[in-house]
Design a protein. Sequence first.
Length: 533
Amino acid sequence: MHSTKYIFITGGVTSSLGKGIISASLAKIIQSRGHTVSIQKIDPYLNIDPGTLNPYEHGECFVTEDGAETDLDLGHYERFLDIYTSKANNVTTGQIYQSVINKERRGEFLGKTVQVIPHITNEIKSRIKRLAIKNKLDFVITEIGGTVGDIESLPYIEAVRQLKWDLGENNSIVIHLTLVPYLAAAKELKTKPTQHSVKLLLENGVQPDILVLRTEKKLTREIRRKVAQFCNLQYEAIIESIDVSSIYEVPILMQEEALDVIALEKLNIKLGEKPKLDRWKNFLFKLNNYSKTVKIAGIGKYVELQDAYKSINDAFVHAGVANDCKVELTWIHSEQITNENAKELLEEYKGILIAPGFGHRGIEGKISAANYARKNDIPFFGICLGMQCAVIEFARNILKLENAHSSEMHPNTPYPVIDLMEQQKNITDLGGTMRLGAYTCSIKKKTNAFNAYKRTKTMERHRHRFEFNNDYLKDFVKHGMKPTGINPDAELVEIMEIPEKKWFVGVQFHPEYKSTVLNPHPLFVSFVKATIS
Ligand code: GLN
């Protein structure tokens, strides 16, 4: 049997310390040493998945190839590692309890009292192991969401404690990420919160093997030694994680701190060759040394929260580097935009992107932005709802279909140019019921889409209920908006373009989910290219 090494990442002191980035960075270095690795995120909330959560609550909902609606950290994992994650990479307390309760209803516990220990902890352990077994991985990194000491995290910490014991010496380690705050008044870094946080872990029976200390200032030798001594760790197991300008710097920082070396040593893995991070370093060099900048406007309605459009933001970083350019992306609230002020708000931008979204709020502003882009031939990229807005705008102003709309926003519109998919009509549950995950798209030659992809077939991820209404297709084509990508099985429109414009592309799918550091998404690359040429 393939033996997998397990790395658990816990967090202490405060949330938002960047466990996801540390996990992804360590995974990247381990991968670059020639091992197979995947990362799993455990979210201690009761929702089954973040699919039904408002982006204001939880940031972007990331969608995997196999159609799971997941935590945005999975996006980081894919962008760093260039691998696909799947349903098994995101586990929530909701899923754990749902499956235990379903087993109880089926009588699978044979009359036993069902309890957090052992039934919930067993379910957690089996979810952690399942990912490794299914994919025959050398390493699984499991990131435990939340902060040690939270009531919700307790069963997970207990499951980690048990797994460490079950797996035996040198087969698993716990890395604990904490904060070392800097007190400006005292001009000192403070280690007490870290000591307390480790104590909390110890109270739950878990001794961390490595500490990663998030800090604004460099850690002195004394501080490292002090933390090591008070937390029962060797000096080399104290890793500094200093603030940096880009998350993509973190793997290099972690390598300089030898996080991989200490982790692999503790797991009894021979170090072998040095990590091969040349392509990554090359990306970083280009990220910091660009020859031009370009301003692009992103139109959305969750703009107050940067995390709401995480994958789009990152796809622009990748596409910028590919074009030797820095993309200055400014998010504009769609509720502010009208036909009258569109010019004033948008004229400084060389490209306009309309973001995905749901519901009526801000929709007219998005349609006005699409109108401004079309009339002024500004490179335009519409994603999912963004494509739908471009279609509605075209229907109203070119096809003269007054009050044309999506039946999502206006169920009684006389012209539902965007309409509910047939399969969606009888669905009442909201969770996990959209058209989700990867579907094939056939791309027509001699189009902007083909120029970007340079192939006639691709797979792209979806997350929507509504689609282009093919009853209107002929009219659109006649007037110059054309389907350049089609799903061959269902004849659904995947890509719409106005070929007479410089670059006007709307996509029903979400290309942003598949853009990675080493493989920037062709549509983003091509859009950015159009904005600078
Ligand atoms: N609300 C639209 C739909 O369900 C678009 C979804 C999206 O942008 N992801 O079809």
